[in-house]
Design a protein around this ligand. Structure first.
Ligand SMILES: Cc1cc2nc3c(=O)[nH]c(=O)nc-3n(C[C@H](O)[C@H](O)[C@H](O)COP(=O)(O)OP(=O)(O)OC[C@H]3O[C@@H](n4cnc5c(N)ncnc54)[C@H](O)[C@@H]3O)c2cc1C
Length: 403
């Protein structure tokens, strides 16, 4: 790349191009990039950090929640299952239901959920290898900070990295930033989580030679009960100064907690802390449809479903996710996956977790690959053809395919 003068750089030179840009390399972004590349698209995944996985790895959320319904039926297939198996390929940590991973009796499967605790380093590096093998490119250490929108379509993203500030042209974008940054920067409609985020400070510690994960702030429901441990501080997660302040507070709580533990366990030592803020629900796209089933509702048929998920909090419910929940209502060539999809606050708590991020990432990636034949407009997508393509990798579209 040629060296720019200051005046040139202010005009934001175009230095790269990709047909599909996947914006953010968390689990949703990993799945989206792999799926789009496997379906023939020219894919560039842009990630602000220098490794993949987002909250699942850098955020130390090393618990891949269930891909079954809790009653012995596997619900999520495709990349949702492939990434779960990948996460424990080299070693597994606390949860590892042998009946699901290695085959076992149905009565065991009825009792145990299909989930796993994984090592974040293995998962991050193995996902990176899988993504490269699929043919996607990765651009690390790069923050997307603006977008160019023309005729209702994103035509370039403005990025900043060691090279400086420049533009990357694209035909379509999958927003997997977790905070719907691309939708926001593009002027698309977005929505904030009404209650805000609760403070968390998960960390790994060593005690008596044992390495363990402390889920400090495990609950996402703020209470003042002693068991809840962390304070009832709520924050939006989309304000730069606020996120910085919250990070400082979580560091302070972490160290106070460690000092307290050391009184009973002098050997207690923190060995890894999250290197990105632990945020759950922040900002999402407003989609062409919004998944708004209430947690108690079960088995509702959604004609344009792009996949089914169970409920990690309760055994039994299964939901179909509408195509419109991954399509921006305003920007024609903008898809979303993971924490960014269009759901009500109540459903957000169900769809934000790792397996559903993989599921929606895969469907968004397949859709992005199809947009080349749809004038890069999600309104032109043939839903039946999309569903057929999603099914090719084993993903189930409707509840009657899993129960
Ligand atoms: C405390 C806590 C506990 C949780 N517990 C569990 C659990 O036990 N099990 C479970 O399954 N789920 C759990 N979750 C939820 C789950 O971890 C996350 O919701 C999920 O991993 C999110 O994946 P994602 O890909 O949508 O987003 P993220 O993981 O947030 O990934 C987004 C990626 O985009 C990058 N990015 C963001 N903005 C930009 C930008 N502008 N430019 C470039 N890159 C950008 C980020 O660096 C990040 O890598 C928990 C979450 C929290 C916070």
């Amino acid at each position: 790349m040629k060296q720019n003068s200051i005046v040139e750089s202010l005009s934001t030179p175009i230095k790269d191009k990709a047909s599909v840009i996947v914006a953010g390399g968390g689990v949703a972004g990993i799945a989206a990039a792999i799926a789009a590349a496997r379906n023939g698209a020219d894919v560039l995944l842009i990630e602000n950090q220098f490794s993949l996985g987002g909250l699942a790895t850098l955020g130390l959320v090393t618990y891949y929640l269930p891909i079954c319904d809790g009653r012995g039926h596997q619900i999520i297939y495709g990349l949702g299952e492939e990434l779960l198996r990948l996460s424990v390929k080299r070693s597994h940590e606390w949860h590892y239901p042998v009946c699901w991973f290695e085959g076992g009796p149905q009565e065991e499967k009825n009792k145990r959920r299909f989930e796993a605790g994984f090592n974040p380093i293995y998962f991050s590096i193995d996902a990176e290898q899988l993504l490269l093998k699929a043919g996607a490119r990765i651009l690390y250490g790069t923050k997307i900070c603006a977008s160019r929108v023309e005729d209702g379509k994103i035509t370039a993203l403005i990025v900043e990295n060691k090279t400086g500030r420049y533009a990357i042209e694209c035909n379509c974008v999958i927003d997997t930033t977790g905070d719907a940054d691309i939708a926001y920067y593009s002027g698309a409609e977005t929505a904030l989580y009404a209650e805000g985020n609760k403070l968390a400070a998960w960390h790994y510690y060593l005690c008596d030679g044992d390495r363990q994960l402390k889920m400090y702030g495990a609950s996402d429901v703020a209470t003042n009960e002693p068991a809840d441990e962390t304070p009832n501080i709520r924050f939006s997660g989309v304000d730069g100064q606020e996120l910085s302040d919250i990070t400082v507070i979580s560091h302070r709580y972490l160290i106070d907690y460690v000092v307290k533990r050391q009184k009973d366990f002098p050997d207690y030592q923190p060995i890894t802390m999250a290197s990105i803020p632990q945020v759950r629900m922040t900002r999402r796209i407003v989609g062409k449809a919004t998944l708004d089933m209430c947690e108690d509702e079960e088995r509702i048929f959604v004609e344009d479903s792009i996949g089914v998920t169970g409920n990690w909090r309760r055994r039994g419910p299964v939901y179909e996710i509408p195509f419109g929940a991954i399509c921006s209502a305003n920007i024609k060539n903008l898809l979303a996956a993971g924490r960014d999809i269009s759901v009500t606050d109540k459903m957000w708590n169900i769809t934000r977790v790792i397996p559903v991020c993989a599921l929606t990432g895969e469907s968004a990636g397949i859709c992005a690959a199809m947009l080349a034949d749809c004038d890069y407009d999600t309104a032109n997508v043939d839903i039946t053809a999309l569903q057929e393509n999603i099914k090719k990798n084993g993903v189930r579209i409707h509840i009657n395919e899993v129960l």
